[in-house]
Design a protein around this ligand. Structure first.
Ligand code: BES
Ligand code: MN
Ligand code: ZN
Length: 511
């Protein structure tokens, strides 16, 4: 679905409706009302105003956040009816991101299924950031993943128009680009493990690169190459599966050309050309390996590639928004399976960084694919590195599905992410990385072990990753275990943190 801007009230469409005599070809006008019963954009509502005020009164409409009231109204040309949807926005000076997302969602969900066009009368009520938050809520509410349903499903509206007396065009284009990336993220993450395995994700990346040959370059590192590179932590996860592990590198050259800064071919580059690195955990299915997970709820582990799905979707959104910035993305793709070739608890492997790891629990696999990927990506000497990973169940316990956890070794980066998070309405919460937690990872036999016990489980996971970041390299880690998907009967990928990533990159492109 796409959002567009319009200058006119939906009268023409209503006329068409009568001519065609098709009950499906109808239009809905959405009117927003605050909790003092003021109509938003009332100057644009013309003749509908009286009808709306009457309705509000007889229905005892209060204007609370996301409250809805549906009815019909007549257009100026007499008998031509259009549908009206009145939506509450609560206190006009309390339009928070979460309220705006709720309002956007309520609009999509409560309009009649027979409506095939919607116009939202917005006037100039929202700031640009608020408009983007509202648009993101509305767009994501329209998302459906129906491809495995045999019975045909109600079609999704193709577009929704916004009647505005302010120029939201640039903000709206950006919101559409973000949603398009988020849709890709949600689509690949919703695919089950028998369809979405490392090679499938690599194919998606290659297809994306083929669509944007001027902006994107892709490279797929296979297991043999990983062996040569000494990525034994990554391989320790991938080797239990019949599906080969892959490390996908996507370079987005939105500003200038850039290359890796080591090896024979390396050309030195200006500091401003250094890319921002995004790294995603891409465990396409996490059984736990030999440290097998319990059966209940294991199906959710098809979402364990949500981090790399969000990085891939962000690259797509970047291509659509054409942000003038350099970005290098890494998707760390593997399937975590138990087999005769799988890693045993107690095995010791040497990482690409040279540090040795005692793998005491094969279910702590995300950090193993990520640590070698972090070492690899530092060849680009990136300005900053941000990774996203469905890394720990402990993070779900701590923060639920509202906020992602953020850990960082760099104050400026942390601040930039917190700002972007608030602007985009994609919430995060700062978690600690004190040295004192590091001792939980001490191993009597290797440089470290891959688990740190039950206490502070998401902190020790982040501490593990921090050991692979070189001195002076700005890095942040997002634990999205609670936010990448909604579990339960209606389980579904959310496409987070694509909005956060895109806002961060947009801000960085202007800095
Ligand atoms: N993918 C899981 C984390 C996870 C669990 C995400 C539940 C969402 C919901 C990760 O690979 C994992 O298994 N982590 C272990 C680590 C432990 C063995 C130290 C965990 O959290 O239990
Ligand atoms: Mn695991
Ligand atoms: Zn996992």
């Amino acid at each position: 679905m796409k959002l567009t801007l319009t200058q006119t009230l939906p009268t023409l469409q209503a006329k068409k409706l009568l001519k065609k005599q098709s009950p499906k070809d109808s239009h809905c006008l959405v009117v927003l009302v605050d909790n003092e019963l003021n109509l938003i954009a009332s100057d644009t509502l013309k003749t509908h105003k009286d009808r709306i005020n009457q309705l509000i009164e007889v229905a005892h409409f209060k204007g609370t956040v996301a409250e809805t009231l549906a009815d019909y109204a007549l257009t100026e040309s007499k008998n031509n009816p259009i549908q009206l949807l009145i939506v509450g926005i609560g206190k006009a000076n309390n339009l928070t991101a979460s309220n705006l997302q709720k309002i956007g969602k309520a609009i999509y969900q409560s309009m009649s299924k027979r409506v095939d066009a919607i116009t939202v009368a917005l006037g100039k009520a929202l700031t640009d950031d608020q408009f983007a938050q509202f648009a993101n809520g509305l767009l994501n509410a329209s998302y459906r993943f129906n491809k495995y349903k045999s019975e045909s499903q109600a079609p999704v509206l193709e577009k929704i128009s916004v009647l505005a007396s302010k120029d939201y065009q640039a903000t709206l284009d950006f919101a559409n680009a973000v949603y398009s990336g988020q849709t890709m993220t949600r689509n690949v993450a919703n695919e089950p493990g028998n369809v979405c395995y490392p090679e499938y994700m690599a194919d998606q990346a290659e297809r994306l690169a083929a669509t944007y040959p001027n902006l994107l370059k892709v490279r797929v590192v296979n297991q043999k190459q990983m062996e040569e590179l000494g990525m034994n932590c990554f391989l320790s996860v991938a080797k239990g599966s019949d599906r080969e592990g892959k490390l996908v590198i996507l370079e987005y050259h939105g500003k200038s050309k850039f290359t890796t800064q080591d090896g024979k071919k390396a050309k030195k580059q200006k500091a401003e050309d250094a890319p921002i690195a995004l790294v995603g955990k891409g465990v396409t299915f996490d059984t736990g390996g030999i440290s097998l997970k319990p059966g209940a709820g294991m199906g959710d582990m098809k979402f364990d590639m949500g981090g790399s799905a969000s990085v891939l979707g962000t690259i797509k959104a970047l291509c659509e928004a054409k942000l003038p910035i350099n970005v290098v993305a890494a998707l760390a793709l593997a399937e975590n399976m138990p087999s005769a070739r799988a890693t045993r608890p107690g095995d010791i492997v040497k990482s690409m960084s040279g540090q040795t790891v005692e793998i005491l629990n094969t279910d702590a696999e995300g950090r193993l694919v990520l640590c070698d990927t972090l070492t690899y990506i530092q060849r680009y000497k990136p300005k900053t590195i941000v990774d996203a990973a469905t890394l720990t169940g402990a993070c779900v316990i701590a923060l639920g599905n509202v906020r992602s956890a953020v850990f960082s070794n760099d104050e400026d980066l942390l601040f930039a992410l917190q700002n972007a998070s608030e602007q985009a309405g994609d919430a995060i919460w700062h978690m600690p990385l004190d040295d004192e937690y590091q001792t939980q990872l001490d191993s009597p036999i290797a440089d470290m072990q891959n688990i740190g016990g039950r206490e502070a489980g998401s902190v020790t996971a982040a501490c593990f990753l921090s050991r692979f970041i070189e001195e002076g390299q700005a890095w942040a880690h997002l634990d999205i275990a609670g936010t990448a998907w909604i579990s339960g009967k209606q389980k579904e990928a959310t496409g987070r943190p694509v909005p956060l990533f895109m806002q961060y990159l947009k801000n960085a492109s202007k800095a």
